[in-house]
Design a protein around this ligand. Structure first.
Ligand SMILES: C[S@@+](CC[C@H](N)C(=O)[O-])C[C@H]1O[C@@H](n2cnc3c(N)ncnc32)[C@H](O)[C@@H]1O
Ligand SMILES: Nc1nc2[nH]cc(C(=O)O)c2c(=O)[nH]1
Ligand code: SF4
Ligand SMILES: [Mg+2]
Length: 251
């Protein structure tokens, strides 16, 4: 499989929304390669798998010391690295990227293996390919599925993408995964678009609204978007999420 990095940290996103693992200790497996191009992506260096000839892994959690191995990574060496980073307090393994679901078979094999070893699986996905999500959904315990706002400019037809993301949420929920939606908002996010996302997510999954980093949206506008979503989805089903790991300078 084509990887970017493996490290041990605490989950910095999701806030207090149901299904979030915010503040839980995880081992993060970051896959290389993505099918979208969000303009604000903080992992942009890993979007093209061909630009990631080797992957890095922490030698010891929170030391900032890494070692490198060439891509493609072998399943057994990945499992070995994860087990060496296991501090005995791991809530779940986070599969992120890039886009983990693109490497469907590799993701399947790794999640199955981690389940067999007694770990829970947390999938962080852009949800752009419901048919691939469906293949692995039964192995997912927790899922954070992005809804890409128009201002992300993630793909040509953003409305179609949103509908596919919602379909991925439906599939994950049906398979029994605790699933929430994450919407990254910017100063240019339109209120009418948030209304539409909220209508789609109503009675389906809770929504974490996460300001793009570095934050450009005003607190006033952020709370306006929150209010719009909460009035449609219900006040228990909307919350804020900030990328806390960036403020605390951890991976
Ligand atoms: C790098 S993505 C990888 C997983 C998957 N490709 C996705 O987009 O959901 C992990 C999470 O980081 C968020 N993210 C990336 N760059 C960000 C930024 N500049 N500000 C806020 N959130 C960001 C994404 O929206 C996503 O929820
Ligand atoms: N601490 C920490 N929390 C995270 N939550 C989502 C992340 C990601 O990049 O997918 C991430 C990450 O890279 N680090
Ligand atoms: S989908 Fe995720 S990894 Fe891909 S460009 Fe967008 S934020 Fe980055
Ligand atoms: Mg990140």
């Amino acid at each position: 499989m084509f990887l970017a990095e493996i490290f041990n940290s605490w989950q910095g996103e999701g806030g207090s929304i149901e299904g979030s693992a915010f503040g839980r200790r995880q081992i993060f497996v970051r896959f290389a390669g993505c099918d979208l191009r969000c303009i604000w992506c903080d992992s942009a260096g890993y979007i093209l798998a061909s630009n990631v000839p080797r992957w890095r892994y922490e030698v010891k959690p929170f030391t900032g010391k890494f070692e490198y191995k060439p891509n493609p990574a072998k399943l057994e060496e990945v499992v070995d690295v994860i087990l060496k980073l296991d501090t005995g307090d791991i809530h779940s393994i986070s599969y992120t990227g890039g886009e983990p679901t693109l490497q469907t078979k590799n993701l399947y094999a790794l999640m199955e293996r981690m389940h067999d070893l007694g770990f829970k699986n947390f999938l962080e996905t852009n949800g752009s390919r419901p048919e691939r999500v469906e293949e692995v959904a039964h192995l997912v315990d927790y899922a954070s599925v992005d809804i890409k706002d128009e201002t992300a400019k993630a793909s040509k037809n953003w409305r179609e993408l949103v509908l596919r993301e919602v379909e991925s949420i439906r599939i994950l929920k049906k398979a029994g995964a605790k699933t929430y939606a994450k919407l990254v908002v910017t100063k240019d996010t339109k209120e009418e678009n948030v209304r539409w996302y909220a209508e789609l997510l109503k009675n389906l999954a809770p929504l974490a609204i996460q300001p793009k980093e570095p934050i450009d949206i005003s607190q006033h506008q952020l709370m306006k978007l929150y209010n719009i979503a909460a009035k449609i989805m219900g006040r228990e089903n909307v919350g804020l999420s900030f990328q806390v790991h960036k403020y605390l300078n951890v991976l």
